[in-house]
Design a protein around this ligand. Structure first.
Ligand code: PLP
Length: 376
């Protein structure tokens, strides 16, 4: 057996990022410098979005995007229980209530019909999540929002590089859409995020709220609204610019590794692989998550893979069954059966653009051995 440890994720960083960061360090202007606007413009242009506001994390971006679509104390926001916890948490930040609806068993995204059934007189907005980089059915959500006078914010934290069937990039439909730049993402700045936007007014609001509520034409000490410190440093923006230069190559690397996994794992009885896209849709590959056969012990499989030198993790746990959400909102098992079934069987395998065919084959063969009950 090979002794090589295969990590879950690994950023692609090189001399360009190093040079970019050092240049900012030498300039002495570490925050609110020229790289911020440069990064925002380049990112927006890459997606075909009119504007973008860079922020300190995807979570910060979600918070400001929800405020921008008018979410307030006492509102309800319909969202997916099959997401990273930050999407629901950001709703709670505003003392609004995340109302979950079940997911589509194929795409694992929020099911538009289930979302429609969850609309109430208190619903203020929809927060679809493009989970695992699969484009959410935005046409259906936009129609639902129009029928009910709702706002939409998109959680695209996992979906850089994804494209809708109509050819538009995820994040370029005009709804505030949030991307995350944590180290496991398609593009990283260490920590960071960005909100893509359709109009200047919303950009100015977000730019102000990320910077303690300061308005652009006022002195340092005057703040005309409540704000936060959600700024992204110029060092991070410079790294982001360097990462944007190699984005196509990194996305292509992820597509290549996904195709290798499909080949290596296809045909395994009972194992559900990430769904294929339809028509001209494109997934922005973020993770390679498989659902184990029913009856397999998922948590034991994670332990057994670790013993064989392969990192993996249960991904994602259902948000409504997390302690905080159970306690605060009284959620219980059985409310969202599709989400709960998928969450109980899902496991993220090592996935990064530089993965070799040999590494993918090794993960696949270790996983097969584990599922067949072979001793470590
Ligand atoms: C779906 C989703 N939403 C939100 C976030 C939060 O992003 P961040 O970790 O940058 O705050 C993440 C990333 O971890 C995510 O995967």
């Amino acid at each position: 057996m090979s002794s090589e440890q295969i990590p879950l994720a690994k950023p692609v960083l090189g001399e360009a990022e190093e040079r970019a960061a050092v240049e900012v360090l030498r300039s002495g202007q570490l925050s609110l410098g020229p790289r911020l606007a440069e990064f925002e413009r380049a990112f927006a242009a890459r997606l075909g979005a009119p504007f973008a506001s860079a922020v300190s994390s995807g979570t910060a971006g979600l918070h400001l995007a929800l405020r921008a679509v008018g979410v307030q104390d006492g509102d309800e926001v319909i969202t997916s229980p099959f997401s990273f916890v930050a999407s629901a948490n950001a709703v709670v930040f505003e003392r609004a209530r995340p109302v979950f609806a079940d997911i589509d068993p194929r795409t694992l995204n929020l099911d538009p019909q289930a979302a429609a059934a969850a609309v109430s007189a208190r619903t203020r907005a929809l927060l679809p999540v493009h989970i695992f980089g699969y484009p959410a059915d935005m046409e259906a959500f936009e129609a639902l929002a129009a029928r009910n006078g709702l706002g939409i914010a998109e959680d695209a934290c996992e979906a850089l590089g994804a494209r809708h069937g109509d050819g538009r990039e995820v994040g370029a439909r005009g709804n505030p859409a949030v991307f995350g730049f944590y180290a496991n993402k398609q593009l990283t700045t260490g920590e960071g995020g960005i909100v893509t936007l359709a109009d200047l007014e919303t950009k100015e609001r977000i730019d102000s709220e990320r910077n303690q509520g300061r308005s652009p034409d006022m002195g340092w000490l005057d703040h005309d609204r409540l704000g936060f410190n959600y700024r992204l440093s110029d060092i991070a923006c410079a790294i982001g610019l360097a990462q944007l230069q190699r984005l196509e190559e990194m996305l292509e690397g992820r597509r290549r590794v996904a195709a290798l996994y499909r080949e290596a794992l296809g045909g395994h009885d009972g194992l559900t692989l990430p769904c294929e896209t339809l028509g001209s849709e494109r997934r922005g590959w973020f993770v390679f998550v498989v659902q184990l056969p029913r009856g397999a012990d998922r948590d034991e499989a994670v332990r057994a893979l670790a013993a064989r030198g392969v990192q993996s993790k249960p991904y994602l746990p259902a948000i409504h069954l997390m302690s905080f959400y159970r306690e605060r909102y009284g959620h219980r098992e059985g409310e969202f059966p599709v989400c709960e079934d998928v969450a109980a069987r899902s496991i993220a395998l090592p996935f990064f653009p530089q993965m070799s065919e040999g590494q993918v084959d090794r993960v696949a063969s270790e996983l097969r051995a584990v599922l067949a009950g072979a001793p470590a």
